[in-house]
Design a protein around this ligand. Structure first.
Ligand code: PEP
Ligand code: MN
Length: 331
């Protein structure tokens, strides 16, 4: 349930409503908005008795939230959320382009690619230091050494950094080095990791699992928000279907669907969806055309020798071409 406050409600009246909600055994989370402040009630299993709340000073009305996700729902927060990191704004404006290799392999590799993607207009550098690999025998990432390289990339290029935390232990060190904490598709329902990310001081990029419904993705985002971190960026990266010509099937309809029910920004990863570089540019154009708030694209200066996901990594010049091709689609 949402307790909507009057336009002129005071902070003291909002706090009194929160205390009343707590006395009923629930939690009250203030949701300041452009038009009005509301307090979202979370923790209730069934309907809430709103009779006392409706009599309180400053309260305009109560609204039942119909979705199982509350804090990330548009019902509780009608305006689109914008996440600001330095000069970069994610959501509700121009698409933000995040690009870089699947994994950080060496300082020279990361810096070479970072300089190139910056030249072509990327704002965020991606690269995994902790890699969730299907095979235990595949390259697992450089760990903290990789994070130190990413820190150098930020210092040298000014690009923001997004890199993955794969468990609730390495998120501690990832949080120190990165600007955005990535939670990968395989970990979308790793609840201890989600809860820990909810206490992080950095925004979280939450990728949709290849087997998750949109509601499941939003419930995972709710885990992060319910712990206090509202800075969540969603990412559609392809789901598993019976289509077998691509690594996954990019669910472009997820973009308008999510925008209808949630205020969170959503970006698209065409690389893991396609699994092959020749489809990355057309899928990126589709993603921007349907309203994605950004792209997460794998780029490598030497894809045949990449330690992971070389097949789907763009050559730097192709990334330049992608940036040119999406220009006309950006308003
Ligand atoms: C990645 O971004 O490198 C990655 C591992 O992606 P996903 O979690 O979507 O498979
Ligand atoms: Mn990858």
């Amino acid at each position: 349930m949402l307790v909507v406050m009057k336009n002129d409600a005071t902070e003291a009246q909002v706090q009194a409503v929160i205390r009343e909600i707590e006395s009923l055994g629930y939690r009250g989370i203030p949701m300041p908005g452009a038009q009005r402040t509301a307090v979202c009630i979370i923790g209730n299993q069934g309907p809430v008795d709103d009779s006392r709340l409706l009599l309180m000073e400053g309260v305009k009305e109560t609204i039942r939230v119909t979705k199982p996700f509350k804090l990330v729902s548009r019902e509780t927060h009608p305006e689109a959320t914008t996440i600001t990191i330095g000069d970069v704004k994610i959501g509700g404006g121009k698409p933000v382009i995040m690009a870089g290799p699947c994994a950080v392999e060496s300082e020279e590799q990361a810096l070479t690619i970072a300089r190139l993607v910056k030249k072509y207009g990327a704002q965020v550098f991606r690269g995994g230091a902790f890699k969730p690999r299907t095979s235990p025998y595949s390259f697992q990432g450089l760990g903290e050494e990789g994070l130190k390289i990413l820190d150098k990339v930020r210092q040298e290029t000014g690009l923001l950094i997004v890199t993955e935390a794969t468990d609730h232990i390495n998120i501690e060190v990832v949080e120190q080095y990165t600007d955005i904490i990535q939670i990968g598709a395989r970990n979308m329902q790793n609840y201890s990791l989600l809860r820990r990310a909810g206490h992080a001081s950095k925004p979280v990029l939450l990728k949709r699992s290849f087997a998750a419904t949109i509601e499941e993705l939003l419930m995972s985002a709710e885990y992060i928000s319910s712990e206090g971190n509202n800075q969540v960026i969603l990412c559609e990266r392809g789901i598993r279907t019976f289509s077998d010509n691509t690594r996954n099937t990019l669910d472009l309809s997820a973009i308008p669907s999510i925008k209808e029910v949630s205020h969170l920004p959503i970006i698209v990863d065409p690389s893991h969806a396609a699994g092959r570089r020749d489809y990355v540019i057309p899928l990126s154009k589709g993603a921007i055309a349907v309203g994605a708030d950004g792209l997460l694209v794998e780029v490598h200066h030497d894809p045949p020798h990449a330690l992971s996901d070389g097949m789907q990594s763009l050559y730097p010049e192709q990334f330049g071409e992608l940036m040119e091709e999406i220009k006309s689609l950006i308003r």
